[in-house]
Design a protein around this ligand. Structure first.
Ligand code: A3P
Ligand code: MG
Ligand code: MG
Ligand code: MG
Length: 406
């Protein structure tokens, strides 16, 4: 009798079955881990299907927040170093290795995600091409900065390939701006003087579409996470040394403004923010700049007096002022001109403008006109800035007009 052939085939058959089960199992594990890793992006995608009308600019907001967050890792490193590689620009204003490095990292993120968009950024690399030592110092910083969450960091583009590519990317912020198309306005360090003094500063990025600001993200590493933590009125420094610092603000048109703690990796959880109501304007708190050359503090004080405000103004460098009033740590931001012919730069205001408006405020110039971001690299059609809760904006403008004899 012929013996059954089954016995000789069994081991081969089992091996195949074990292998196929192993393959199936590994594929499942891989799929689950990919799904978990990308859950935030999937959630974003699914909600875009369920709320198509409210989903515009969500990816832009996400990338802007992450890019600003990554850049603050670099600025914080420089902030705590004694030598900040400061050089004086043609207009005698300071710029540091922190400004250049943050600009490189943020433009890289915009280029990776929105390659066709234009960029209006404050800095340019010509001085670094001449000063090789400074260029090399910035490159040493930039090449090592990454978010601790690999998925978030990859989204912004991996490390730049060379010092040369870093210089080239810094120079991609030279758009003339204007009334058409998608234009990012970037201030890699706003309040450089505050940054050098140990005060407030902000990393600011806004997206302007056809002349209108649609998205804003601002990182303020030295603002307290706690919305109501006291700030020293004269220096802008937080009064309690042990409280946590570092806040990331953002807004999208018609979708509100949010804040979240700055983190070293993926974005932390956010919460909505809004301006506080001002039932009695005499109780309002003013925010203004620290630098007397940037806004007329005497005129600001005269406006406050006219409104019956007696509390001292809170002085903060940078767009931290917009952020502070947007979360109710202060009510009114006045930037009355020192020189009538100074043209404010769009990167000094784009992100702050939308964050305040989405938090329930109004942002205008001294005449009460909305800031016009369609005129190029400057706010050529505006003079000064007045930001306040919508309900009291007219009252503030009236006082400004009386004081400035407009
Ligand atoms: N004469 C002037 N009037 C108004 N703003 C000025 C100015 N000279 C410089 N600035 C701007 O004021 C910004 C800082 O604002 P603030 O005084 O509110 O902190 C600077 O941004 P950078 O620090 O990015 O250069 C700079 O662009
Ligand atoms: Mg500057
Ligand atoms: Mg600035
Ligand atoms: Mg700047």
């Amino acid at each position: 009798m012929t013996p059954p052939r089954r016995s000789t085939q069994t081991p081969r058959f089992n091996l195949a079955r074990v292998l196929s089960r192993f393959l199936l199992f590994s594929t499942l594990v891989l799929l689950v881990s990919v799904a978990l890793k990308t859950r935030s992006r999937l959630a974003l995608l699914f909600s875009s299907f369920s709320h198509p009308a409210t989903m515009s600019y969500q990816q832009e907001r996400y990338i802007a927040e992450l890019a600003v967050q990554r850049a603050t890792l670099l600025t914080q490193k420089v902030f705590f170093e004694k030598a900040k590689g400061t050089v004086s620009k043609d207009d005698k204003s300071p710029v540091t290795i922190g400004d250049f490095g943050a600009q490189a990292l943020i433009i890289q993120a915009i280029r990776k995600n929105f390659p066709n968009d234009e960029i209006v950024a404050e800095e340019e690399a010509s001085s670094l091409r001449e000063d090789k030592a400074l260029g090399a110092e910035i490159w040493r910083l930039v090449k090592d900065i990454k978010l601790e969450d690999a998925e978030s960091d990859n989204l912004l583009g991996g490390p730049l390939s060379s010092e040369q590519s870093m210089l080239d990317i810094i120079d991609e912020g030279k758009s003339a701006g204007g009334a058409k198309g998608r234009i990012w306005a970037l201030d890699p360090i706003d309040g450089t003087k505050g940054f050098l003094r140990g005060g407030q500063y902000a990393v600011c990025l806004g997206l302007i579409v056809d002349g209108d600001v649609k998205v804003g993200a601002i990182g303020t590493p030295n603002l307290p996470v706690d919305d109501s933590a006291a700030i020293d009125a004269s220096t802008g420094a937080q009064q309690t040394a042990d409280a946590a610092n570092g806040v990331l603000f953002s807004a999208v048109q018609d979708e509100g403004a949010t804040s979240r703690p700055l983190s070293n990796g993926a974005l932390a959880a956010s919460k909505p923010i809004s301006m506080r109501p001002v039932p009695n304007i005499a109780q309002a708190v003013f925010c203004e700049g620290v630098e007397a050359a940037h806004s007329a503090q005497g005129d600001n004080a005269a406006v406050a007096e006219r409104l019956g405000i007696t509390a001292p103004s809170v002085r903060l460098d940078s767009q931290a002022k917009y952020c502070s009033i947007a979360r109710g740590a202060g009510d009114i931001y006045l930037r009355l001109p020192v020189k009538k012919d100074y043209q404010e730069k769009i990167w000094d205001h784009a992100a702050g403008d939308i964050i305040v408006r989405e938090a329930g405020g109004q942002v205008t110039d001294i005449y009460g006109s909305r800031l016009d971001f369609s005129k190029g690299r400057t706010l050529a059609a505006n003079t000064g800035v007045v930001a306040a809760p919508k309900a009291v904006q007219d009252q503030v403008i009236d006082a400004v007009k009386v004081v400035l004899k407009l």
